[in-house]
Design a binder for this molecule. Structure first.
Ligand SMILES: [Zn+2]
Ligand SMILES: [Zn+2]
Length: 396
């Protein structure tokens, strides 16, 4: 079987490179992925895979039924590009001014199309159903594209039991891939705090309520959440990045506006944040005679890999990559909207090495860089990992 998979991957490897270059040349911003979605739908329909269009915006879903109605595994790719002017100099560079596939979603979409080709030829051997999920708007934080697809039923009819996705990862050399159980990416939330006081002359602070002094205390106290309320081995960040207020050197300020970011890997800790932060703001502000407004805006949750599914994926990865299937020590504090799936069902998110051998990490343009240029050799490796995962999962 593994030999047959490899043969089929070889058969489609050139086509997958073509898909990737075509998508790369015609990148589309979040929620505008109409050309990409049409290309995807064309391929799926051409393979006689049941295809659903416009799921949660420009999302496309393919349903491939195997030889039984055993379990359902979904494979997910994101399709959107970024508002970046490409500087790679590649012959298939973006023809869309100021738009670039700088996060590798062109690779993800091409890999998943390749999987559709191979798996549709192996239909009779698939002991269950494979759902191909092509989602829009991964880069559109805080909303994202996944919630819209979930709302419009991508996880139902047939009900999906597990979902797997991968992301090209320039820190890892081509040929390697990484996965671990637990968090892979962090939640990324925003806070807005307004401190309200009362103005007076700077020489007579007793006649006013100083919003600057209250704000100073609030900012210091916020740091104690990470240092005193959260275990030292957990990862959590609260940063106030913006502070605005005051009129003049000798006027007591009656209002300070602050904004900050809150990042966490543990959903439980993350969910405790709004209350914990507001309690501190409220207590300090009231004790000092002022008032406050507080808003906590949730962005993407942390992407958390489920233990059992991760084991299955890792075992599939070992079979494909041997010792080059690695378990990363740390999560990334970046955000990823696959997290919305990981909140709903057993999920696994893979980092796929795409750094050309011979280049150091420092020499390799990172994700979201205008020279980002993933190694196309990663395309077939990504396909093999996902296809092996499908068989490993459905045989269990
Ligand atoms: Zn990105
Ligand atoms: Zn991305």
């Amino acid at each position: 079987m593994n030999k047959r998979i490899k043969e089929l991957i070889n058969k489609y490897s050139n086509l997958v490179v073509e898909y990737r270059r075509d998508i790369h040349k015609h990148p589309e911003l979040s929620r505008m992925e109409t050309r990409t979605a049409a290309l995807v739908a064309d391929v799926l329909e051409g393979l006689n895979i049941k295809t659903l269009l416009n799921v949660g915006g420009t999302g496309v879903v393919g349903i491939l039924e195997g030889n039984s109605n055993n379990r359902v595994i979904a494979l997910r790719a994101d399709m959107d590009a970024l508002p970046i002017q490409e500087k790679t100099g590649l012959p298939f560079s973006s023809v869309n001014e100021g738009v670039m596939h700088a996060c590798g979603h062109d690779m993800h979409t091409a890999i998943l199309l390749g999987c559709a080709h191979v798996l549709s030829e192996l239909k009779e051997q698939i002991n269950g159903t494979v759902k191909f999920v092509f989602q829009p708007a991964e880069e559109d934080n805080p909303t994202g594209g996944a919630p819209g697809m979930i709302k419009e039923g991508v996880l139902e009819n047939p009900k999906v039991d597990a979902i797997v996705s991968l992301h090209v990862w320039p820190k890892l050399e081509t040929g390697y891939a990484g996965i671990k159980a637990g968090p892979m990416t962090a939640s990324s939330d925003r806070i807005f705090i307004t401190i309200k006081g009362k103005s007076s002359h700077g020489s007579a602070p007793e006649e006013g309520i100083d919003a600057v002094v209250i704000a100073a205390n609030v900012i210091s106290a916020l740091q104690t959440i990470v240092s005193r309320n959260i275990g030292p081995l957990e990862s959590s960040v609260i940063s106030i990045g913006k502070l605005n207020g005051g009129y003049r050197y000798n006027i007591i300020a009656d209002r300070i506006d602050m904004e900050g970011t809150v990042r966490n890997l543990d959903p439980k800790i993350r969910n405790s944040m709004p209350e914990r932060i507001e309690k501190l703001v409220k207590g300090i502000t009231e004790a000092m005679g002022g008032g406050y407004e507080f808003k906590y805006v949730k962005g993407y949750p942390p992407t958390v890999n489920e233990k059992n599914l991760t084991k299955i994926v890792y075992s599939a990865m070992r079979k494909v990559l041997n010792e080059k299937a690695v378990i990363p020590e740390r999560a990334s504090l970046g955000g990823e909207d696959f997290a919305f799936f990981s909140e709903k069902l057993p999920s696994a998110y893979i980092w796929l090495g795409c750094r050309p051998s011979g280049l150091s990490v420092e020499e390799t343009p990172p994700l979201h860089n205008n020279r980002f240029n993933p190694d196309e050799k990663a395309l077939t490796i990504g396909m093999e990992i996902l296809i092996s995962t499908v068989f490993e999962y459905l045989s269990g």
